[in-house]
Ligand binder design. Structure first.
Ligand SMILES: NC(=O)c1ccc[n+]([C@@H]2O[C@H](COP(=O)([O-])OP(=O)(O)OC[C@H]3O[C@@H](n4cnc5c(N)ncnc54)[C@H](O)[C@@H]3O)[C@@H](O)[C@H]2O)c1
Length: 337
């Protein structure tokens, strides 16, 4: 049974825009649990569904081509509404398809993972991977309506995926709210989340995106933990043993907090709180020697860099971050602490 607010908002939108056709894009896991979620909409519009295999492997140009072909074969026009119902993979892929089919059709994300509710489903970044190159092709394209998160959907989410979303949630606390960080420190388990924790993250991201929608400057603070996190993700992908996005980000949060402290930005007592908190919920691998060299190689390839320096967001204190420090890779030797 779908969340009432979600159905109400969609129905209102369909009536206002005279929408006749809506296509739900989802993956096979979400389909297994929630096949009838949007049944109520079929009284108002003609509903269709596209189900793709679950996992990052579907976030590809090949899948996008198959979806474009399906939409074209069914003669869906420019007023067809695409409803992305899934985690970050479905939101990114569906947003990309919506932004390109007929030069853009209306869409919304209805996120089903914690990570997508507080991050991937918000902010208009869409895209697909090119083999191991994450998000190598993409667009900025904003949903026509921002649907509320239905946290009931998280009941079926596997623990690993829940923990991954928790990694992103910790990021919001570190860059945006000392109070939220204190609340998270009191949790026995990462699954004891309160709805207001999610509300804070959603609101925080929406405000940042509103100020810097195309990611020119301020929005870079959302990348805290991601410079090292993405390098760790690429490292595991190359090993053929992919790691969930938020689990890599959590390790990035740890090491980018350490960097902030070593470079004199973050007070020692705050670094010590972070260093105590993160390993309670996440595995943090030691970074040194060959592994650090490998990660540095990935970091130097990041699209935000220039002049062979690595772009980092640093923490000034728990609850406040500053983006766009250009740091020489030698500084990373500091991880051998
Ligand atoms: N666009 C952005 O701003 C942005 C931000 C962060 C991450 N991302 C992208 O998001 C993707 C990761 O998203 P994700 O972590 O949500 O992964 P995902 O979408 O691959 O979902 C993870 C797994 O959970 C399953 N699942 C989803 N919802 C479920 C539910 N309610 N119950 C049971 N199983 C469910 C999926 O089938 C999948 O197997 C990556 O591609 C990443 O690049 C995008």
């Amino acid at each position: 049974m779908a969340n009432r607010d979600i159905i109400r908002q969609l129905l209102e939108h369909f009536r206002r825009k005279d929408t006749r056709n809506a296509v739900v894009l989802t993956d096979e896991n979400v389909e297994r649990y929630y096949s009838g979620y949007f049944a109520e909409l079929s009284g108002c519009v003609s509903m269709d569904k596209i189900v793709v295999p679950a996992g990052e492997c579907s976030k590809s140009i090949e899948t996008a081509i198959r979806i474009w072909q399906y939409l074209a074969e069914k003669q869906y026009d420019k007023n067809t509404f695409l409803l992305n119902f899934g985690g970050g993979m479905v939101c990114d892929l569906g947003g990309f398809v919506a932004s390109t089919y007929k030069r853009g059709i209306p869409f919304a994300n209805c996120p089903t993972t914690l990570l997508a509710m507080i991050d991937a489903g918000i902010g208009g970044k869409t895209g697909v991977d090119l083999q191991d190159l994450k998000n190598a092709v993409g667009t900025f394209y904003f949903p026509d309506i921002q649907l509320p998160a239905d946290i009931i959907l998280l009941q079926t989410l596997p623990d690993k995926e829940f923990r991954s979303g928790f990694g992103e949630l910790v990021k919001y606390a570190l860059i945006g709210s000392h109070e939220l960080f204190q609340d998270l420190c009191k949790l026995e388990s990462f699954k004891e989340l309160k709805p207001e924790f999610l509300d804070f993250c959603i609101d925080f991201k929406q405000k940042i995106v509103k100020e810097d929608p195309l990611d020119h400057n301020l929005r870079h603070i959302l990348n805290f933990g991601h410079t090292i996190g993405h390098a760790i993700e690429s490292y595991y992908a190359e090993l053929g043993d992919p790691i969930a996005h938020g689990l890599a980000v959590a390790q990035g949060l740890y090491y980018e907090s350490l960097l902030s402290y070593k470079l004199g930005h973050l007070p020692q007592e705050e670094w010590l709180q972070i260093a105590e908190f993160l390993p309670k919920h996440f595995d943090i691998m030691p970074l040194s020697g060959e592994l650090l060299e490998k990660l540095t190689y990935y970091m130097l390839n990041d699209k935000k860099n220039c002049n062979n320096l690595i772009n980092f967001t640093l923490l000034d204190r728990i609850g406040h971050a500053t983006p766009n420090f250009q740091i020489a890779s030698d500084s990373l030797i500091t991880f051998n602490h």
